[in-house]
Design a protein around this ligand. Sequence first.
Ligand SMILES: [Zn+2]
Length: 250
Amino acid sequence: MKTKKTKIVFFTGSGISEESGLHTFRGHNGLWHEYRVEEVASIEGWMDNPQRVLEFYNKRRREMMNALPNKAHRSIGLLQEDKHTEVSVITQNIDTLHEQGGAHNVIHLHGRIDQLKCFDHSTLYPYDKDVEIGDTCEKGSQLRPNVVWFGEALDHSLINKATELISHADYLVIVGTSLLVQPAAGLIHNVNKNCTVYYVAPDEEKNMDVFMNRKNPFRFIKEKATVGVDMVISDIMGSPLSARHRGHSH
Ligand SMILES: [Zn+2]
């Protein structure tokens, strides 16, 4: 007899990667200090100085490839192996730390730093070494990172997939992202009325009351991701991951 699997959706943002040493434009660390966001992550910035844009992403790619997944990434990857659950991961991050942490089928709403695309076609190429001006696809179109820049539209098929997953979730676990900024702000409203929502963040967020107003069961875990994700998993599964996996034969 088949029992219904518990559907858990993780929706993550930059906060989960910060503990792996990766920083955002809001932070004041590392290479972010040298650039303004409009210069390097918009089509206008590209028009103005494509060389600078590629140089920025070449540095970012190296930084991200040198980062290691942390406990939060690994716990999510491990939970995905549990046969009683159906775990999906939707991320706004362009790093591949979820994959490195063992997760699969991760939906990257903002693209991936390990992929290139050209300006005219949809084929993706591996971004495994620096990309330069003059590097093109087979048809001669300049290559650029497969990341969504400010002012660019998100991939509709990914948004639809994310919406579908969230609307069927028994648990939605939001980690390390503001609830005020799109696409998070829009997507999280697709939860069904029985979905329990967890919000893991080190600080309170004004927009948390959207879930109180919806009357969804809601829990705010005021912790950083490496602590909070394990707390949520224990709460949902009734025991910590380590205890659950100790008894397995593999
Ligand atoms: Zn092309």
